[in-house]
Write a protein that binds this ligand. Structure first.
Ligand code: SF4
Length: 346
């Protein structure tokens, strides 16, 4: 269908309630926007029209690319293999430092998008030799229906499915998504509720609940990313509390990435994270018991390599562009045979 020159796919959203006055409560995530007829929620991509909630980014793709998962901080999921990566307009948070604010924080109409249905994405992935489909770039939670339908199709064709998300989503829709998901990278934005709100308008409580839920699932492999933003979430005490909680909740084998902040969006004047700080926090986490801790956005630095937790041999070396050299066999260290957690085969 075309309206005002824009292609629109009518896709009803999956999680909402109609209130007696005709407004809608979105029940996808804790913001629970109350949306009046004709209006959109905080994310700008879910609209109430005539007592139904519509998912406006369904089949409206702002970014579609073929990439490895290196830049998306999946280090234990098919290193070097190509995924179709997808992003749209919209986000249910507002991180002060967002690197993709031009799509995530812009109105739907201001973002140049192309029409691509789940079937079209599947076709692109198969035709270009991708092994899977990743939703990332903006916050995939706002693309919930689009992501689920795409993943269902991808699974039918034996492709892998993944998303990189802040996991600000209620337990019920998360459980449904996880049925179609192989791998997830969760951005943990801080470990202080007040900082979380000020920095990102997010919810630490909800993200913690999501991590706890997924850590119990056998079918979804999880990695956790912590962007170190100087002066907000990098202090020793906050990192210690985060590590203690994550160890207890997700275990010592969850890959943990401390990644470097670069000035962007509303924090263009801030300094990048000092590399030394990343090394120090990484060392702290390793001393606390995590087996796979990484520096990130350091492009080929040795802290981005994967080391066998048993014999300490390098099992995955990564170049500046993230091109991996693997010294593993069937998911095990070539030197000592230790099993490395992750998804290593299609
Ligand atoms: S997904 Fe969008 S509409 Fe729904 S609660 Fe979040 S911000 Fe509001």
């Amino acid at each position: 269908m075309k309206t005002d020159g824009q292609v629109v796919t009518l896709k009803e959203a999956m999680h909402y309630e109609v209130l007696p006055d005709g407004s809608i409560k979105c029940t996808l995530e804790p913001r629970q926007c109350i949306i009046h007829d004709g209006e959109r929620g905080f994310c700008g991509v879910r609209q109430n029209l005539k007592r139904k909630l519509w998912a406006l980014t369904y089949s409206k793709v702002a970014v579609v690319d073929i990439e490895t998962l290196y830049r998306h901080h999946f280090y234990h999921v098919l290193p070097g293999a190509y995924f179709l990566t997808v992003g749209t307009a919209g986000c249910n948070m507002n991180c002060q430092y967002c690197e993709t604010a031009s799509i995530s924080q812009a109105t739907l109409e201001a973002v140049e998008s192309e029409y691509a249905t789940p079937q079209m994405l599947l076709w692109m992935a198969l035709e270009r030799g991708a092994v899977g489909i990743l939703f990332a770039h903006n916050e995939p939670v706002v693309d919930y229906e689009f992501m689920i339908d795409t993943f269902k199709l991808a699974k039918d064709f034996k492709l892998r499915t993944a998303c990189h998300t802040a996991a600000k989503i209620f337990a019920k829709p998360l459980a449904e998504l996880c049925r179609h998901l192989d791998a997830i990278n969760i951005d943990l934005k801080a470990f202080d509720e007040d900082v979380y709100e000020r920095l990102c308008q997010g919810s630490l409580k909800t993200t913690k609940e999501a991590i706890a839920t997924i850590s119990k699932l056998a079918n979804v492999f999880m990695e956790v990313t912590y962007l170190l933003v100087p002066g907000f979430n990098d202090d020793l005490e906050q990192i210690k509390r985060m590590c203690e909680w994550l160890l207890k909740t997700a275990g010592d084998e969850v890959p943990l990435h401390f990644i470097r902040f670069f000035p962007a969006h509303k924090m263009k004047d801030a300094d990048p994270t000092p590399i030394e700080l990343i090394y120090e926090r990484r060392e702290l986490a390793m001393n606390m018991g995590f087996k796979y801790v990484y520096g990130g956005n350091l492009f080929g630095d040795k802290s981005e390599f994967t080391y066998c937790a048993k014999c300490k041999a390098v099992v995955i070396e990564r170049s500046e562009d993230g091109i991996p050299t693997l010294r593993m066999r069937s998911g095990r260290c070539e030197a000592c045979g230790n099993a490395i957690p992750g998804i290593w085969k299609l």
